[in-house]
Design a protein. Sequence first.
Lengths: 439, 326, 183
Amino acid sequence: MTDYLIRGANVLGQGIADIAIKDSTIVDPDLLNPDDGDVEVVTANGRIALPGLVDMHTHLREPGKEDAETILSGSRAAASGGFTCVHAMANTAPVADTAGVVEQVHRLGRTAGYTEVVPIGAVTIGLEGKNLAEIGAMARSAARVRIFSDDGICVSDPLLMRRALEYVKTFDGVIAQHAQEPRLTEGAQMNEGVVSAELGLPGWPAVAEESIIARDVLLAEHVGSRLHICHVSTKGSVDIIRWAKSRGVEITAEVTPHHLMLTDELVRSFDPVYKVNPPLRTEADVTALREALADGTIDVIGTDHAPHTAEHKCSEWTAAAMGMVGMETALPIVVEAMRDFDFDYGDLARVMSATPARITGASGHGSLEIGASANIVLIDPDSNHTIVAEDHATKGRNNPFAGLEVSTSITDTFFYGHRVLSGGTLSTPHPAGASWTDQ
Amino acid sequence: MKHLLDTLSLSREEAISILDIAEEMTQVSEREVKKLPVLRGRTVVNLFFEDSTRTRLSFEAAAKRLSADVLNFSAKGSSVSKGESLQDTIETISAMGADALVVRHPGSGTPHRLAHSGWIDVPVVNAGDGTHEHPTQALLDAFTLRRALGGFSASGAVKDGPRGRGLDGAKVAIVGDVLHSRVARSNVHLLARLGAEVHLVAPPTLLPWGVETWPVTLHYDLDEALHSEDYAAVMMLRVQHERMHESFFPNEREYARLWGLSAARLAGLPEETFIMHPGPMNRGFEISAAAADSPRALILDQVENGVSVRMAVLYRLLTGQEETND
Amino acid sequence: MTQRTVLDAPDMKRAMTRIAHEIIESNKGSDDLVLLGIPRRGVPLATRLAEQIASISAQPEMARELVGSLDITMYRDDLRSGAYRAPEPTTIPAAGIDAKTVVLVDDVLFSGRTIRAALDALSDLGRPAQVRLAVLVDRGHRDLPIRADHVGKNLPTSSSERVNVSLAEIDGEDGVTISGGRE
């Protein structure tokens, strides 16, 4: 494997330094001889170096919906977006509710070799919300599943939720809840508000999210378990999470780039590219979410990358599928969304890498310290460009940011020491094949 | 004007111009040849994803009186459930040479989506989409009311009709299931744009969240609402029986008692208040037979005027070179 | 831009009076006569002719029964390609046009396309015995085989010139001018 000497990187935006990579590990730069034939020098020229990004929330669609995305295409999208570790949600076909399915996802991720694919296990069999899935078997499988979620569907039964929260303590697991009270959101098409009243689209009220979060916070406190809230989208949810944290509840919360950037006003176009679950909310919600990310109430960015085939979006609004792609635009969008806040590159590394790695136990990620695994991303903060959905590695073209001007681009991704993205172009997968983590 | 998708984006001038053209169109029924050559050689496609014989016939008659060829495409149910995407359906119709699309769809926003999708480049008329809008219904309601308030025959050909006027100062009460009513949404915007003062009367369960931002006065209590103003017209909305099972109100009896236009409530109205209903009516539920059949009811005039108003809309959209932006 | 007056108010009055006499003469009186003005400026001209004919026939109250307007907007051959036009009212005298002598009245006869449209519109309204055409100005350059029966003034023009008719009822004063054209 080639060793790398990254010269003149602005590490975490806190100062210029060199970073050396030897045998998939970050080492002291003095240990590498740039004249050595096996050492490739990368001139960073002041580009920002961050630890490789970790996505707690992505949909890779394989197995079952390979026309929308495969683990390979999703892995390449992850590498393009600077992610060295992504967590694949369980709502595949078949559902990732057994050791067999999670091991298959895990194996396909390793074979792809562009990013570390960590499967998320379903909480309930078939995401049906009735019986617990084989959480223990998934935790002890080769995939070592630690995050369990029925994402896409809420674990709405309070008793089942309590049991799941308690049961995963055995494996130091976390339940990631998709907070959506099902009865309050029957037939829902968009945020319930002034815009939905005018457009005559059935509303998805904020209270349907907030009531579940409130309940689950109380349950987590009662049973002393860890709880993660997926894609927080409302101001009220932020208030409840802030209150829960002040009480010492072990809760972490996630927000998507699109909920930090877009509002339900966009639904006036009736373009299904803006149809997503939870729905785009109001300006007041967007502001509250940005503040919460800045002050630490919200811990992490999760992309909720959800590719769909054209036929699921080339339709009327009401028939269209919910979801947006987001891995390749996450970092630039978060940078734009947080521009007016006291939010530096260290904060960006915290919410997009270190904290998600800590929550999920992704030990190879989240650090640029010497001795850490060489999962690194280089970004150019002054490369104004327009987002073009067709330029992306994901198969999904349902990109709500297409046409938007952003300042930041991801230029290089080092994945366990291998440069999978080079100067903005995808290169080869990790040469160690499926055994890259066996170090 | 490239499309007619809603009344929200219709200016007062555009709305009055359509009503005025409709006045000319009423004359056609009195003539030797009850047809105009305006759309000769052009094809209007009625694309109905939801059953509505009345609306489809009204559009069909309008297009035919303007000499257009009419193709009726009935595709009940969602396009996805048939395994064909909306895009495929539209591109097929486009290939058949449609010059205009009249679209009825159970999903809010579908006509808007078609108009802006790039799949077809012809004028789109919204013939009712989900619980969003039904702009031609609101236009024909305004046409009928403008006639009636001007002291003219509410339907049929009238010489020197009320051209150029709005509905300034008229108080209109819209009563019933506003939440699920595309007619209510279209009427609220259009009536307000034409200068009318709109009152909405409904149980809170049947008003959309956020209705306070609309240019209306809200009432929960029908009797209180009817006593508070002398209305130019009271417009009753159709209430679907299913709503009862969804707990929007306890049962039909209670709804009829609290929000129905009963004979007693009719008797309490001023002589000059007109009664309107977009049809089809649930007699004895939201409207009593006494009200529906009263001489003050404009309900049949509304139906009759539908053809002239839809002729006016097709004329407005299909003649004249359009500026590039819509 | 140069502009020259070709008819002033008294010229116009004389021309209209002459046309009124011609119409009575060719119709052998004012019976079964209908004057239909083509909007916009044909309508006041038709009204003036009707008033003159009624007064010549010593039945001033008859003027209103003689005159109507015939909008041709919906019969134009450029309805699709031209600028959008709102239709104007068509009003037919109570006695109708069947078996009548209908005189179409317009301000300027140019390509003949307006009159072609008017003839189509007329045939959808009924079946007149005869149709005649009266115009204030015939400026030539016909695209269609149409001619006027009564002409206020024949005006040789180049096709790039503009003929502007002003009428007191619409424009505040009477007069016909020519403007533009290449020298």
